[in-house]
Design a protein around this ligand. Structure first.
Ligand code: ATP
Length: 210
């Protein structure tokens, strides 16, 4: 199968999460319009995505939930799972670490890095925090392919170079500094402060109009 579009992959992750919930409630089949309404999207969108991954349900019962979960898993996951490292164990980094681990069996944060001597060589939420100088060595040795960047913005460029040299192939950038990466590296960026300021602006506008 060719590489799927970004947005389709995002929706597949969401389908799987919703389908898991349905399974845990004892449901075995689901219609495209039910799945669509749980995610506030159109049934046409759901049918198009599911068709794209080569699955079809039956007219009478809809999709078999377990089959669909299995197929989505085969598409999204790797057999042995993937490892991620978190760079910068400040307030945000440690919260992400605490929140994330254990939630996804096929994806785990297995190493953390920081420059602060008070944080290094300690274990947080079951994950060892190494000194940033050890980044390349540990990433290569542990075959970590994903990095979550939660350092101050001014540090991100220098760390990015080391991440690329270490063989990192995907980055989640939580710093407000937008990054430029080579084509073979997948980058997601989330600038939380900008998002909150945007919401605050619309609250202000809407309360003026209301
Ligand atoms: P804290 O007060 O615990 O430092 P914070 O969230 O206010 O938390 P930030 O200044 O945002 O901290 O920095 C985030 C984390 O990144 C901190 O733990 C900091 O020690 C770490 N950090 C800063 N510079 C680097 C660097 N060059 N390499 C790795 N980690 C770094």
């Amino acid at each position: 199968m060719n590489t799927l579009p970004d947005k389709t992959v995002e929706r597949l992750c969401k389908y799987r999460r919703v389908l898991y919930n349905q399974l845990s409630e004892g449901k075995q089949h689901i219609f495209s319009h039910e799945l669509a309404s749980l995610l506030h999207i159109t049934p046409v969108q759901v049918r198009r995505d599911i068709m794209l991954i080569g699955y079809s349900g039956t007219l009478r019962k809809g999709y078999d939930i377990q089959d669909l979960v299995t197929l989505i898993g085969e598409i999204l996951d790797t057999k042995d799972g993937q490892k991620a490292a978190i760079i910068g164990l400040g307030n945000l980094g440690s919260s992400i670490l605490g929140y994330f681990n254990g939630k996804r069996s096929k994806l785990a944060i297995t190493a953390a890095f920081d420059i602060d001597a008070d944080k290094t060589n300690r274990v947080y939420a079951g994950v060892k925090c190494y000194h940033i100088d050890e980044l390349e060595e540990v990433i290569k040795k542990e075959n970590i392919k994903m990095a979550i960047l939660t350092v101050p913005a001014k540090e991100s460029l220098q760390i990015l170079d080391t991440l690329i040299m270490s063989g990192i192939k995907g980055i989640m950038n939580f710093t407000p500094k937008s990054l430029n990466v080579p084509e073979n590296i997948y980058l997601e960026e989330y600038d939380m402060v900008t998002s909150l300021e945007k919401i605050a602006y619309f609250i202000k506008q809407n309360s003026k109009e209301g």
